[in-house]
Ligand binder design. Sequence first.
Ligand SMILES: [Zn+2]
Length: 182
Amino acid sequence: MSTALSQSGQAIMTEPLKEYRSIQGDQQAERERKSGHVRMDKEDVQEYTKGASAGTVGCREGGHRFPTIREVGIVFEDEDGVPEGQKFAGCMIRLLRCTGCRLVGRREFWTEVDGDWECVFSKPDYTSFKKRGPNAESYLAPPGLGRMTRKQVRAAEAANLLHGQTLATIRRQIRAAAKAAA
Ligand SMILES: [Zn+2]
């Protein structure tokens, strides 16, 4: 059986990778506790993306990449799974591993009626695979810092890559390249 995975999984996956600014972290944790949704600071997202491996940052920026049915077929790992808070009972469980970060899985709950199969529920699985990426990063942000969005990760990656450049410097580069190609 596979029940109550997400709660325990969250707890395990949010171990601190390293110490971040503690006072601000405490304030964030307090706000997160109150609201349940706090966005991570820009500086913390940049710190995270600099330290994390390409595969993990790729998933944080573009989403996980789970193999398709054509690629890996359908293998059920468990039976009689009842998704938490769902009305469906007696589902077959299929677990996929993300091919990008390889840290996160997707647990699918499949049911069958008169020969028709349907995935009625799925959820991320943070406990079935490795807890740390190649750079010892965890997929989830360190606790107390809030949550990072894809948009924030994209912005942090761009800031890391385009450090020191402005619209004006890029414009000059594009015009110089166009002139050189002409
Ligand atoms: Zn992934």
